[in-house]
Design a protein around this ligand. Structure first.
Ligand code: B3K
Ligand code: ZN
Length: 867
């Protein structure tokens, strides 16, 4: 690492209210990156123009400054102030050409931010990750999203890296001395520096074309290691589907002649939407039936779509400041969720999205890390790429879209693109554009600025003629935030006739007060009936619903609701009554017995989702005090066992009727595979004193060996591991042999062992000693630590926590972003039963002194509520 100046300022809290526009804009930047064996030299020429009074501020971190010129004149140390974060020139003229030369060391950059080396030896490549503040680790620059410039990038490197890429169009390339070569890329679109990207590598490329609705012929290129190139077809198709979908649904066409995606195995998150040059974690772009489960295959399509959709919601219209992150992320997640819903089943898509929301975002809102989708302060913005910003952000756009209806929403989004194209804007700007049809949605702003999940409670009353639904909202006051205001909460409602099972009425109720009555007049005029109310259909608002549903109501809805999401929700409510309130399981078992067999024939995917039990981790996150992980696990295991035993014969027959078929990438085939794995899990779970075990083992082994795709093979492997079948070690060894050259499958191999119930904490951490474990590959680290996080009974022990935290200490020094993210997994420590809570508190306190990065320090301080 080059020497950095010593006068490091203490990390400051940054406040939204302190936002000021930049004093200088950059009209264009010429950047040259010369990559050498041990370092890289970066030369930047910035054409800058003054916009307001103030200093000229260039942000830079871990840069060795070699020289700086201002309008052709070499500056000396007396001409500027330099610390470890910025270079400031006072009294700069109104137009400045700034030229800097710096040295950086991407070879030693383990933070995976800025320009870094990914992989070793043959696999070595250099890539960038600039969002949110990585560009300042490449060169001195006003690295903030409201500075938009055109970029010309020249890259020079050894010819062992034949692939030299940057944003935009390739305008020149050629040879240099010493077996080196260069490429020059020009990006005609003005963009903030966080969207800059470049790649120096030796990659294969899959190419295709797409003609936009405007008639532009776009070259599509997907770059990956040669051995992985055949796993790029799914991604390529998803890209073309996304381009078409955005034209059809939002009228948005792609704007450059080239769209590139590069697959990288060492990457901190899923992917990055750099203009014209997306960089992807291999886990979010590579897919093939033999190596990829249906879930991950589906995720690949969703992430490709997400990054593509950012081209309009994020890139062409970007954020004024990082507090507005949810402006681009919430909207773009909503768009990718809608794309995915169109791709297979809207109901299952909604179920999966809500499951993620509840497991992660509700948990975050209930924890000491609760923050609004648009936070008003932060120390380290990387800590705010959270479920709240992304998932709750998407829910807000969804509520607005539903409130406006299809046409007015489209009118609003058209206006947004028309009004703000090429600008860096705020959440207020979005809401103002979306209100263009005359229906004002600016009242939804409070959802963006307030933390915590609202609790909606209610009951219904009936007389001879009318039905009244009474609803109330309550929002927890979060420390350091103002008294919560009431929010506009759309509650999509249906009324059923209990006797006939028919749907009688549907409506969208908008709860805006702390309490409100909604009366359906003359509902019973023609004939009286006993109503069953179904609230929050399609999860029309991100709230916790406490409605006085009886077990009978829920069982009715599990069977008769026409809204697939609420069918699932009814079953979940029944199961939560058992798991969280220790109620009898009779209604739940009856509801499953009544609905599953027929549903399995009509919608196998939905049938498999109906049997979902919330994970131990999810259950832990909804328990707000005295959370006892051992008790939760016992309850969950017991309930699952009951379901398995209750429908024992059905599972047995169902499995024999599910022959393995040739692989197809269709919603129907995916549903059947999900269902087969669910049934196998149930067959394995049946406890009849061992009578069933031989058959179950045999089926598992057969499915493993005869599998035509990873979903089947992995489903069987998970079964063998979780139920500790006699041939578990044999199958794990076989799996290793088959796939040891495929990193992503090896992540699964690590993951399945780390989440093995029979593994001890020591066994789990022994995986980190395995020759294939690599601390520099976030996917591998997450595979192992994710396994421990999924087993709260082991995590919340002294041994589990100490080892977990020790790993955080190691990561804190190498990759603070990853360390901070993983530390957030411990954020619900305060809800534990007393002895565990005391232990966790003492340990977290002890470890405070061991962390160095501001990422981890901020997270830990917030977790401990230390100001
Ligand atoms: N915008 C990136 C996330 C960057 C995260 C930086 N810590 C990916 C996405 O949301 O599409
Ligand atoms: Zn995004």
């Amino acid at each position: 690492m080059p020497d950095v100046p010593l006068n490091t300022p203490t990390p400051q809290k940054i406040y939204l209210k302190d936002y000021t526009p930049p004093s200088f804009h950059v009209d264009n930047i010429d950047l040259t990156i010369q990559l050498y064996q041990d370092n890289a030299k970066v030369t930047a020429t910035l054409n800058m123009t003054r916009k307001t009074a103030g200093d000229l501020v260039l942000l830079g971190r871990e840069l060795q400054l070699e020289s700086i010129h201002l309008n052709g004149q070499l500056l000396t140390e007396n001409d500027y102030q330099l610390d470890s974060e910025q270079l400031v020139i006072k009294n700069a003229p109104d137009t400045c050409i700034i030229n800097t030369v710096v040295t950086i060391v991407p070879q030693k950059n383990t933070s995976l931010e800025g320009l870094y080396q990914a992989g070793e030896g043959e696999d070595k490549m250099f890539v960038t990750q600039c969002e949110p503040e990585g560009f300042r680790k490449i060169t001195f620059y006003p690295d903030r999203p409201d500075v938009l410039a055109t970029f010309t990038t020249r890259i020079e490197a050894d010819k062992k890296f034949p692939t030299l890429l940057a944003n935009g169009n390739l305008i020149d390339k050629g040879d240099l001395d010493d077996n080196r070569h260069f490429a020059v890329w020009q990006d005609p679109t003005k963009k903030p520096s966080y969207l800059f990207a470049c790649v120096m590598a030796d990659l294969a490329v899959l190419t295709d074309h797409y003609t936009t609705i405007e008639g532009r012929d776009v070259l599509l290129e997907l770059y990956a290691k040669p051995k992985n190139i055949e796993q790029c077809h799914v991604g390529m198709q998803a890209l073309k589907d996304s381009m078409k979908w955005d034209e059809d649904n939002y009228g948005r066409a792609y704007d450059l002649d080239r769209y590139m995606i590069v697959a990288v195995s060492q990457f901190n998150m899923g992917a990055m939407e750099n203009k014209g040059l997306n960089i992807f974690n291999t886990a979010c772009v590579l897919s093939s039936p033999e190596t990829t489960t249906d879930r991950r295959n589906f995720n690949v399509k969703a992430v490709i779509a997400h990054e593509y959709f950012h081209n309009w919601t994020g890139n062409r219209i970007t954020c004024r400041d990082w507090f507005q992150l949810c402006l681009k992320e919430g909207f773009t997640v909503f768009r990718d969720q809608s794309f995915s819903a169109d791709l297979h089943s809207p109901a299952v898509q909604r179920i999966d999205d809500v499951a993620v929301l509840k497991a992660h975002q509700f948990a975050e809102d209930a924890s000491p890390l609760a923050h609004p989708p648009r936070p008003d302060h932060f120390v380290e913005i990387n800590n705010f790429y959270t479920a709240t910003v992304y998932e709750k952000g998407a829910e807000i756009v969804r509520m607005i879209a539903n409130t406006l209806g299809k046409e007015k929403f489209r009118q609003g989004t058209d206006e947004y693109f028309r009004r703000y194209d090429g600008q860096a804007v705020t959440v207020e700007d979005l809401l103002s554009a979306l209100s263009v049809s005359g229906t004002n949605v600016e009242q939804f702003l409070d959802w963006y600025t307030q933390p915590a999940t609202p609790v909606v409670s209610g009951y219904w009353l009936k007389d001879d003629k009318n039905l009244t639904i009474h609803l109330a909202q309550k929002i927890r006051k979060v420390a350091n935030y103002p008294e919560p205001k009431n929010l506009p909460i759309p509650v999509k409602t249906a009324i059923f006739n209990r006797q006939t099972g028919e749907l009688v009425k549907e409506d969208l109720l908008l709860l805006t007060q702390s309490e409100q009555d909604f009366t359906f007049e003359n509902l019973f005029n023609e004939h009286d009936f006993e109503p069953v109310i179904s609230l929050l259909r399609d999860f029309s608002a991100p709230v916790i619903l406490q409605f006085n549903y009886s077990d009978d109501d829920l069982a009715f809805l599990a069977e008769h609701e026409t809204n697939g999401f609420n069918r699932w929700q009814a079953v979940q409510s029944l199961v939560n009554k058992i798991l969280l309130n220790n109620q009898s399981s009779t209604a739940y078992l009856t509801a499953l017995a009544n609905s599953i067999p027929s549903l399995a024939n009509s919608d196998a995917m939905l049938a498999s989702r109906l049997l979902d039990l919330p994970s131990e981790r999810e259950l832990g996150s909804v328990i707000q005090q005295n959370y006892d992980p051992d008790f939760v696990k016992q309850q969950r295991d017991k309930t699952k066992q009951k379901v398995a035993n209750h429908l024992k014969d059905f599972w047995q027959t169902a499995y024999t009727q599910l022959p393995i078929q040739d692989y197809q990438d269709t919603a129907k085939a995916m549903g059947e595979r999900a269902w087969r794995n669910t049934v196998l899990d149930m067959v394995l779970c049946v406890n009849d004193g061992g009578a069933n075990l031989d058959t179950a083992s045999q089926w598992t082994t057969e499915q493993y060996h005869k599998a035509t795709c990873m979903t089947e093979r992995y489903g069987a492997l998970v079964g063998a591991v979780q139920y500790n079948l006699p041939n578990k070690a044999e199958l794990l060894a076989d799996f290793y042999q088959r796939f040891k050259h495929d990193d992503l499958v090896m992540d699964m191999w690590f993951g399945v062992q780390a989440s093995d119930e029979s593994a001890s904490v020591a066994d789990i951490f022994a995986l980190t000693e395995h020759g294939d474990f690599d601390i520099n590959t976030p996917n591998r680290v997450r595979a192992v630590l994710g396994g421990l996080l999924s087993q709260p009974t082991k995590l919340w022990t002294n041994d589990g926590l100490v080892r977990y935290l020790d790993m955080m200490v190691v990561l804190d020094k190498r990759n603070p972003l990853l360390a901070s993210r993983l530390l957030q997994g411990l954020s619900n420590w305060q809800t534990l039963v007393d002895d565990k809570k005391a232990m966790a508190k003492a340990l977290l306190n002890d470890y405070q002194a061991k962390f160095e990065s501001k990422n981890v320090k901020e997270t830990l301080q917030n977790m401990l509520n230390v100001e």
